[in-house]
Design a protein around this ligand. Structure first.
Ligand SMILES: *[C@@H]1O[C@H](CO)[C@@H](O)[C@H](O)[C@H]1NC(C)=O
Ligand SMILES: *[C@@H]1O[C@H](CO)[C@@H](O)[C@H](O)[C@H]1NC(C)=O
Ligand SMILES: *[C@@H]1O[C@H](CO)[C@@H](O)[C@H](O)[C@H]1NC(C)=O
Ligand SMILES: *[C@@H]1O[C@H](CO)[C@@H](O)[C@H](O)[C@H]1NC(C)=O
Ligand SMILES: *[C@@H]1O[C@H](CO)[C@@H](O)[C@H](O)[C@H]1NC(C)=O
Ligand SMILES: *[C@@H]1O[C@H](CO)[C@@H](O)[C@H](O)[C@H]1NC(C)=O
Length: 270
């Protein structure tokens, strides 16, 4: 073996190394995600088993919507592709993920709390889907989050006040869901120089109340008014029917006594 062969060999092996260094976590993440998604419009043509084993070639990826950095999946942008199905909890295995954008699809099911292990996640955009269940408070553990956009879904429960702990958060939108309860001041009235989120972040949730939306009182009053009207009219009709029955009883009683009188008049005395 001469020197040139050695040089050639080392060049070949060093070139081959980045291609062979697939990450088992990314592979698990992509495999399970593709299994949990349905793609009726066939937008994800290159999302095949063989590409999951080796999704990155330096910065580029042949997987639609995927961006790589240092051989790891770093961004997933699969917005507006008519995707259906659910979010696999194995998304959490894409541990280098910095941005996850699955907005404007038809995704259902809940937001997996497992996303908490995405410690590098800065952008989470799941807006305009059919996601239900609660917003996992564990998202507060993704310390780098600066965008949480969950608007236009079917999310229920409260807005976790823990999310206010995310000091980098600069965009937060949970409008048009089915959320309820008091809006946490940790988001609407943040301390110091942290950006505060106004009504546009919270509107369109029937049972969400408190600053910057309307306080509970107006809402409570209207509910009480409805209850009051219901109870009042119920009571009134009860009283009315009672009086009716009483009058009827009185009348029949009088008739009876009159009749009794007549009868006793007709009866011969012994
Ligand atoms: C994926 O994540 C799960 C749970 O967090 C973990 O048990 C597993 O080892 C990870 N990696 C792979 C390759 O599945
Ligand atoms: C799909 O993969 C092929 C190579 O396997 C590549 O040429 C093509 O650009 C990829 N398509 C997209 C949208 O990345
Ligand atoms: C998906 O396909 C349907 C029917 O072919 C089409 O109407 C729709 O616009 C497509 N949606 C997207 C997001 O590509
Ligand atoms: C999230 O995605 C939607 C639709 O793709 C986009 O309109 C919106 O601006 C994104 N949210 C943020 C905070 O960037
Ligand atoms: C916001 O917080 C400040 C200080 O914590 C408090 O004085 C103020 O009343 C709060 N504003 C609202 C609208 O809750
Ligand atoms: C609410 O905040 C958004 C940015 O988060 C801004 O674009 C909008 O103008 C604000 N609306 C009001 C009424 O202040």
């Amino acid at each position: 073996m001469d020197a040139w062969t050695l040089v050639l060999l080392s060049v070949l092996t060093s070139a081959a190394i980045p291609l062979c260094l697939s990450d088992p976590n990314d592979e698990a993440c992509l495999t399970h995600l593709s299994e949990s998604l349905q793609d009726p419009n066939k937008s994800l043509q290159n999302w095949t088993k063989t590409s999951f084993a080796n999704p990155c070639n330096g910065l580029t990826s042949y997987l639609q919507g995927a961006t790589c950095n240092n051989g790891r999946i770093y961004k997933l942008s699969l917005s507006n592709l008519a995707l259906r199905g659910t979010l696999s909890p194995f998304l959490a295995n894409c541990t280098n993920l910095q941005a996850l954008d699955l907005s404007s699809n038809y995704l259902s099911g809940s937001i997996p709390a497992d996303l908490q292990s995405l410690v590098n996640l800065a952008v989470l955009n799941l807006s305009s889907n059919r996601l239900e269940g609660e917003i996992p408070p564990q998202l507060a553990l993704c310390a780098y989050l600066n965008v949480i956009d969950l608007h236009d879904n079917l999310l229920t429960g409260q807005v976790p006040q823990q999310l206010g702990l995310l000091v980098r958060l600069s965009a937060f939108d949970v409008s048009n869901n089915r959320l309820s309860g008091l809006i946490p001041a940790s988001l609407s009235n943040r301390s110091g120089n942290l950006p505060r989120f106004n009504a546009s972040s919270f509107e369109g949730n029937k049972d969400l109340y408190g600053y910057p939306l309307s306080p509970l009182k107006t809402k409570g009053l209207s509910v009480m008014t409805i209850v009051g009207i219901g109870l009042g009219s119920g009571l009134a009709s009860l009283v009315l029917s009672f009086t009716g029955v009483c009058i009827w009883l009185k009348v029949t009683e009088r008739k009876m006594t009159l009749e009794e009188g007549k009868i006793s008049q007709l009866m011969p005395d012994y």
